[in-house]
Ligand binder design. Structure first.
Ligand code: M6R
Length: 368
């Protein structure tokens, strides 16, 4: 049933191209984005002047990426908030606020309570969910299902990439309704998304390399993850995977924050995973990140660099270079997350842990 794999998570990692295809399928018709359930009018969508994204864990990391896309395409301010914090601070909500609740299970208590709170304040709620008919979509005004298929591993993998794609579809739907993007631009962005299953398929070529690396890093005390821009949420996600599966101390940082504290953690042999920004798309960030890698390497870090194929500038600074396909900047998280998932799973396995059922965790967290 694990399809010849040592653990479900690996099977689900390999299912990511198909999961993405399923998320995209059926959500683009007649030149426009469509949702699965839509109880909001076009006018409601046009009136939205503020977006909150609420979610937990990995879904929250996908939400951080929603901010880059929605602000870029729609020019509406977006705040991303942990669902468990949201309602307790009395956020400013109203009829023109859209709350996007992201939840694979659709049953996460913190996210559900955030949705309920938003509704008492008359905000509009849009759910992104992987489970048909779950409680969160039932209590929402609009729903986009990710259709990634059931996920057995406690660690979210294919549902994460599907959530990222779904967030981008919501961004395009809003841009379309508000007129901040013309139909041909929406179609262009959608076809860039539609090319991603193939790019993720290519990225699976890193699985063997990451498994071998995982074996080598199994005795590390800790691992740090650095990213910038859309690579930052991926650094956070890489660290979360390692914590939950390998029970290893792991932290993700925005690389620009290094000199404000975390660089003090760097010591001889400490593995640091760096998600390199696109060389062409984000040249300025790319060169800043190169300096960051130099700084940490000079202090003894063992650098593991996830970079675009053909990015020769990083080679001298990478103790291990992991090549991913070059894709548009906003879409890079869909490929850069894959090697980090495999790394965490394999370190966990090398340490003798059950990758699919990490200790103390449940697939669906139905208590606050
Ligand atoms: O079902 P949800 O998407 O609402 O779950 C949210 C988190 O509990 C979940 O993403 C958790 O962080 C994963 N186990 C991480 O791999």
């Amino acid at each position: 049933e694990k399809g010849g794999h040592d653990y479900f998570m690996l099977k689900e990692i390999e299912e990511q191209p198909g999961a993405l295809e399923n998320t995209l399928r059926g959500h683009f018709h007649d030149g426009g984005i469509i949702l699965d359930e839509q109880r909001l009018t076009e006018q409601d969508l046009r009136d939205i002047d503020k977006v909150f994204v609420v979610a937990c864990g990995t879904a929250y990391h996908s939400g951080l990426l929603a901010k880059y896309a929605i602000e870029h395409w729609c020019r509406i301010p977006v705040e991303v908030e942990l669902a468990s914090e949201f309602r307790y601070r009395d956020p400013v909500l109203g009829r023109d606020t859209l709350v996007v609740a992201i939840s694979q299970s659709g049953e996460t208590a913190d996210t559900l309570e955030a949705v309920r709170h938003a509704r008492t304040q008359r905000a509009r709620v849009l759910a992104i969910c992987n489970t048909n008919g779950a409680q969160i979509p039932r209590e929402s005004d609009a729903v986009l299902y990710t259709h990634a298929g059931p996920e057995i591993g406690v660690a979210a993998t294919k549902t994460f990439v599907s959530q990222i794609a779904a967030n981008y579809l919501v961004g395009l739907a809003l841009a379309q309704a508000r007129g901040t993007k013309y139909a041909d631009e929406v179609a262009r962005e959608f076809s860039a998304l539609a090319a991603m299953p193939e790019a993720v398929r290519q990225t699976l070529g890193t699985v063997d390399q990451m498994r071998a690396l995982g074996q080598k890093l199994a005795d590390s005390k800790a691992v740090l993850f650095l990213g910038r821009h859309v690579g930052y949420p991926i650094a956070l996600e890489g660290a979360l995977k390692l914590k939950e599966l390998a029970y290893m101390h792991a932290e993700g940082f925005a690389a620009g924050e290094l000199k404000h504290g975390p660089i003090a953690l760097i010591e001889d042999g400490l593995p640091v995973v760096v998600v390199m920004p696109s060389a062409k798309g984000r040249a300025l960030l790319h060169s800043k990140m190169l300096s960051n890698i130099r700084e940490i390497q000079a202090r003894g870090a063992r650098t593991i660099v996830i970079a675009e194929e053909g990015d020769e500038t990083v080679r001298p600074f990478a103790d291990e270079l992991v090549e991913i396909p070059a894709v548009p900047t906003l879409l890079q998280p869909l490929v850069s997350t894959v090697p980090l998932q495999v790394l965490a799973a394999e370190i966990a396995r090398a340490r003798g842990y059950d990758v699919d059922k990490p200790r103390n965790l449940a697939k669906s967290v139905t208590v606050e």
